[in-house]
Ligand binder design. Structure first.
Ligand code: HEM
Length: 409
């Protein structure tokens, strides 16, 4: 094995080979430098399961990465970024306690209400319609023609957005994603993100006003009416929540469905097993997301100097806690690089852990399971197109392919 003299050699997230398959780099980091300082990212990169969990559970870690960033911007840029920073600061995902606790407790009410918990029929209807549309095609892009559309329609239905707005919503979400996902090679990312956020906020402001006037049942009325200890969300907080839910429920689930199918098509034995074993379908889906999950990692910043696995993390340092690395840690999973569709227990960290763990986990699981099961049942002979390999997203946090060309027959 090559001797490491320069720590940057261990992990270069900009390398297209690493983007396509980061797992060998993760394993080297776990073995050689599990709490790794990356000069390229000016951040710590944490790869072992126990250390990733420790980061997510530690009270000296903050999700508020916006204040320092905003203060570091030149005045002109800061003025141009005003809206996106305003709404992102209201995201429960970017708030620390006590603000986080208040907002999460209110939001949870809507996630416990009946609309959110009765989406199975709606998801199956959406999936069936999309599969009907695919019938008769021989070659498709699984991402654009299916994996992107399922969660987009589900989350739009959940929020009460008309499906005709899909194209706009997708464009705004993509514009915001270059900022939030930490795209490395996009020059105009701040301008795009600001404009995407403004459009999205206008759209939700109108929808919230209309819902307040007309009342009715659904997730948005549930969110508007949600109360905890007599407190509810104001209009800007509601807009921020809607943007977050749309965002969180959109790209992640697309990547979940896309990565899972790619894994199955690259592993014919697992594909055959998946097709024939419907009774452990949900166990199988958990394993597919452990094997190649939809988020590479989660970002935190250190609020107080402390030690992690012998290294000193200083207040202000940025941390990438790599979920996908943790989920392949040999100390936590036996044969981590083998797909075992019956793996139990499977304590993967795909949905995070601790106070910020995913609020939409139930919907995400349900969507992933139904979307994959129905697709595979309808097109059991699907194969990859060998001369059109998938292209991977240029992003540090989301993990998914931009395209996934497949043959249906
Ligand atoms: C496959 C799909 C999904 C994955 C992999 C996923 C993953 C995650 C992860 C890892 C976190 C924790 C982030 C952190 O600790 O910083 C999170 C938070 C969150 N997720 Fe999801 N998510 C998915 C789908 C959804 C859906 C469908 C919704 C909404 C309907 C949703 C709503 C949220 C919210 C609101 C938070 C913030 C919770 C908080 O900060 O307290 N997610 N998600």
């Amino acid at each position: 094995m090559q001797t490491i003299t320069n720590s940057t050699l261990l992990y270069d997230p900009r390398d297209p080979a690493v983007m396509a398959d980061p797992f060998p780099a993760y394993r080297r980091l776990q073995t050689e430098d599990p709490v790794h300082w990356s000069p390229a990212l000016k951040s710590w990169v944490i790869t072992r399961y126990d250390d990733v969990k420790a980061v997510l559970l530690h009270d000296a870690m903050s999700v508020n990465k916006l204040d320092a960033f905003y203060q570091s911007l030149p005045a002109d840029d800061a003025a141009r970024m005003r809206d996106i920073i305003h709404y992102l600061k209201l995201w429960v995902a970017f708030q620390d306690p006590p603000d986080h606790t208040r907002m999460r407790m209110i939001m949870r009410k809507a996630f416990m209400a009946s609309t959110y918990n009765n989406m199975e029929g709606a998801i199956t209807g959406i999936v069936t319609q999309l599969l009907n549309d695919l019938d008769g095609n021989s070659e498709i892009d699984f991402i654009a023609d299916y994996a992107l559309l399922v969660p987009a329609y589900v989350i739009m239905d959940l929020l009460g957005l008309p499906r005709a707005q899909l194209r706009d919503i997708k464009k705004w979400a993509d514009d915001m994603a270059v900022f939030i996902g930490g795209a490395r090679n996009a020059d105009d990312k701040y301008q795009r993100a600001e404009s995407g956020c403004r459009n999205m906020a206008d759209c939700f402001r109108k929808l919230i006003n209309k819902t307040r006037q007309q009342g009715g049942e659904g997730f948005l009325p549930d969110l508007i009416n949600a109360e905890f200890e007599g407190d509810s969300l104001n209009d800007d907080e509601l807009i921020a929540c809607c943007i977050l839910v749309l965002f969180a429920g959109h790209e992640t689930t697309t990547n979940l469905i896309g990565n899972s199918l790619l894994t199955l098509l690259r592993n014919p034995d697992s594909f055959s097993e998946f097709k024939s074993a419907t009774e452990f379908n949900s166990t199988a889906c958990e394993e597919l997301m452990r094997y190649d999950g939809p988020s590479n990692g989660i970002v935190r910043s250190v609020t107080r100097d402390h030690e992690l696995a012998g290294k000193t993390l200083r207040a202000g340092d940025r941390i990438y806690a790599m979920l996908n690395a943790a989920n392949r840690d040999p100390i936590a999973f036996s044969n981590p690089d083998t797909i075992d569709l019956q793996r139990r227990p499977n304590r993967h960290l795909v949905f995070g852990t601790g106070i910020h763990s995913c609020l939409g986990v139930q919907l995400a699981r349900q969507e992933g399971r139904i979307a994959l099961r129905e697709f595979v049942q309808r097109f059991p002979s699907a194969t990859l197109i060998t001369d059109k390999p998938p292209t991977w997203q240029d992003a540090m946090v989301p993990r998914g392919t931009k395209t996934l060309p497949i043959n249906l027959n």
